[in-house]
Structures are given as structure tokens and as C-alpha cells.
Design a binder for this molecule. Structure first.
Ligand code: FMN
Length: 379
């Protein structure tokens, strides 16, 4: 199991939908989250893109020298940037990070945002662009000089002079729930990502992408993007979930749902269908809570429960074929610790031991700790 954390480049906080307890995105704050994730042994961090986010590539580049092993799953938006340029950026970031780059291909599900970025295309045409983009990007990354004329993209003599460290290119991740997205995943990507839908729905998506990939003589691996609200007891976890949305009023929820309604994203439609804008039936599958999606676009569900239960739910997804879990929680700094401390011992994740001293004495104080090493309680 590969467990990722998330860099909240659109802001962070203790509560959803309010400026109460909100935190701005600053270099020192992002550094703290990235270094926590690095130290704690997360496989990597997802760095999102969109007009509500700081730029993903600039943020990832700033974090490279501040971290040692952490991988960066950086979003790229085909159609907004040329494939050759994107290949050059990816190659540079891959080399400068010693091979720690992973690329998240984000076609985009908001027509208004796309138009602001100069892309005036309908949903499925944006996927045609993504398809042409990845065809060029992959060949350029593999060292080819590419001439290509497609429906939307045209390059002549496209090449990069400095290849990426990871051959033939850093792994491609990708999310999208429409038929066009599944077809694209089958043709191009290494890891297909889904937002946290109930297990039965995730199983159907995996089966569809697998079937389409087999028709292309390819295999695809799978990942899921979920928030997590994990505590030592189930009661504490559900109380924390309710606390997270305690400042939300009905008008904030209605305004957010109306804003999401302008998207043409099938993935977003499926997220909204889970809660239908109502806050009285948010546990949409055992321990899967749709409260985050009341006001947050994109990933809108959280696994809620005590550590044993959340770990068990994650293993249920793993049994369906999910290898990569991209987790987050509010606020992202404190929750990076909590999730690692409560979940990692219960999950089949690679634990990092080399270089870590076994100095786990517990908070006794500098004098008595010389003599007494506390034991784990038997609760
Ligand atoms: N869309 C963005 O605009 N920015 C992102 O950073 C982003 N990250 C995503 C991460 C995951 C795990 C998934 C599943 C989707 C993400 N998306 C993001 C949305 C998709 O890229 C895609 O644009 C959207 O799902 C619309 O496609 P669809 O209609 O095929 O579902």
C-alpha cells in the first residue's frame, strides 16, 4: 500500500466553509506539511491545480530541497500548456528531485475555468486534447523528436535535450469518471485515481478501466483520494466530523452546490449525488462520510472512525485493487501526524527504520526518564 498525503495549496483550516480557524498558504506552512509527510514516511504528496490553487509546479519545486524522500504528484493540465514545454518542466523537476516526480494529468471539469485559461472546448474534446498531449509528451520524454498534427495540437521537431531520471518517464497518474476519461486512462496512464466513492462503485470503475486497458494490451494500477477523520475511538471520530462542518449554514452549502453545478465533470456529479446537498444523511456507505463535499469541490468524502475500523475500510478498497491511497485531513499539518501515528502501524505500508533512533521514551521529563522507560498500556 502506498499512502500519500496532500499539500493544501488552496488554503487550510480547522473548519470547512468559514474563515474561522483558516490558515493561509505560505512557504513556511507548506514546508511544515511537506517535511512532516517526509519524516513520517508518506510515499508522496499530491499537489493539485486549478485557479483556486497556488501553482503546482512552483510549489513542488520549492519543496524539493526541503525534503529528502517525499515524492511529488504534480498536476499538469493539457491544453493550457504545450506538451513539449510540459515535458521539459517534468524532466527538470524529475532530475532536480532525484527521481521524485509523479505526474497527475488533470483534464479539468470546469468549462468557465478552462475558458479563463484559454481553452474553449467541450468536455469530450478536452479529452481529445489530453490524448494528443500525452501521445506527444510520452514520446518526447522517451527521447524521440516528434512531428505530430492532430485535431487540436500540432508540433514539429518537438524534443527535450535533458531526459528525465525515471525512464521512459515519471509515472502518469490520472482521474476522471466519464467514459472519455476511462478510455484515456486505458490508453496512457500508469495509475487511475478515483475520488472516494463507496466500494461497490469503485469496483465498477476499476472493472471498466481494466477491461478497456486489456483491449489496449495495457495494465493500469489504481488509487483512491480520500479524506480521513480517524481518532482513538469511533465517538471521537464522528464528533470531529461534525465539528468540521459546524460553521456551515444552509446558504453556504447551497451556494457551493450551485457553483459545482456549473461543472461538466462526471466525477463531480457523482460526488454531489452521494449527499444531494443534504446534511442529514452523510454516511453514504459504512464509515464513508460525504460531509466534506457539501462545500469542497473535488474529493468530497472521508473515512471516519477509530483506527482499526478506518484501516479495515482501507483494506477493503485494497482488496478491490487499490494500491495508492491519497489521504488528507484538516488541518493538514496536525492530521498528517495523527493519520501516520494511528493508521500506519495497522496498514501494510513500508515502515522506515534506518536512521531512526529508538528513543521513544515518552513524556516523563528529563530527570525521571533516565531511569524509567514507559511501556505501551494494555488497553
Ligand atoms: N481537477 C482539477 O481541476 N485539479 C486537480 O488538481 C484535480 N485533481 C484530481 C485528483 C483526483 C484524485 C481526481 C480523481 C480528479 C482530479 N481532478 C482535478 C478532476 C479531474 O482531473 C477531471 O477533470 C474531472 O474529474 C472531470 O473529468 P470527468 O468528467 O471525466 O470526471
Amino acid at each position: 500500500m502506498n499512502v500519500f498525503w496532500f499539500l493544501p495549496t488552496h488554503g487550510d483550516g480547522r473548519y470547512l466553509g468559514t474563515a474561522e480557524g483558516a490558515r493561509p498558504v505560505t512557504l513556511p506552512y507548506l514546508r511544515q506539511i511537506a517535511q512532516a509527510a517526509d519524516d513520517l514516511g508518506y510515499h508522496g504528496v499530491l499537489v493539485p491545480t486549478g485557479r483556486s490553487c497556488e501553482d503546482a509546479w512552483a510549489v513542488a519545486s520549492a519543496m524539493i530541497p526541503l525534503t529528502q524522500r517525499l515524492r511529488f504528484l504534480v498536476a499538469v493540465r493539457p491544453g493550457v500548456v504545450s506538451p513539449t514545454w510540459a515535458a521539459r518542466m517534468a524532466s527538470t523537476v524529475d532530475r532536480l528531485s532525484d527521481g521524485r516526480l509523479l505526474v497527475n494529468v488533470v483534464t479539468g471539469g470546469d468549462p468557465a475555468e478552462s475558458e479563463g485559461d484559454g481553452v474553449f472546448l467541450k468536455h469530450d474534446d478536452r479529452y481529445v486534447v489530453t490524448d494528443e498531449f500525452l501521445g506527444i509528451w510520452r514520446r518526447v520524454m522517451a527521447g524521440e523528436t516528434v512531428d505530430f498534427t492532430g485535431q487540436h495540437l500540432r508540433v514539429k521537431g518537438a524534443k527535450i535535450l535533458f531526459p528525465p531520471l525515471q525512464a521512459p518517464h515519471p509515472p502518469l497518474y490520472f482521474g476522471g469518471s466519464s467514459p472519455a476519461a476511462h478510455g484515456l486512462a486505458a490508453r496512457h496512464v500508469d495509475v487511475y485515481l478515483t475520488w472516494g466513492e463507496p466500494p461497490a462503485a469503485v469496483a465498477e470503475k476499476i472493472a471498466d478501466v481494466r477491461r478497456r486497458a486489456a483491449a489496449e494490451q495495457r495494465t493500469v494500477r489504481f488509487g483512491i483520494r480520500l479524506h480521513v477523520i480517524v481518532r482513538e475511538t469511533s465517538e471521537a471520530a464522528w464528533a470531529a466530523a461534525n465539528d468540521l462542518i459546524r460553521h456551515l449554514d444552509d446558504s453556504t452549502i447551497a451556494a457551493a452546490q450551485q457553483a459545482f453545478g456549473r461543472l461538466d465533470s462526471e466525477g463531480q456529479r457523482r460526488m454531489a449525488a452521494l449527499h444531494k446537498g443534504r446534511r442529514d444523511a452523510l454516511e453514504v456507505s459504512p464509515n464513508l462520510w460525504a460531509g466534506v463535499g457539501l462545500v469542497r469541490g473535488g474529493a468530497g468524502t472521508a473515512l471516519v472512525g477509530d483506527a482499526e475500523t478506518v484501516a479495515r475500510r482501507m483494506k477493503e478498497y485494497a482488496e478491490l485493487g487499490i494500491e495508492t491511497f491519497i489521504l488528507s485531513g484538516y488541518p493538514h499539518l496536525e492530521e498528517a501526524y495523527r493519520v501516520a501515528e494511528l493508521l500506519f502501524p495497522r496498514l501494510p505500508v513500508e515502515r522506515r527504520t534506518a536512521g531512526v533512533s529508538p528513543n521513544l521514551t515518552g513524556p516523563f521529563g528529563e530527570i525521571i526518564a533516565n531511569d524509567i522507560v514507559p511501556h505501551r498500556s494494555q488497553s
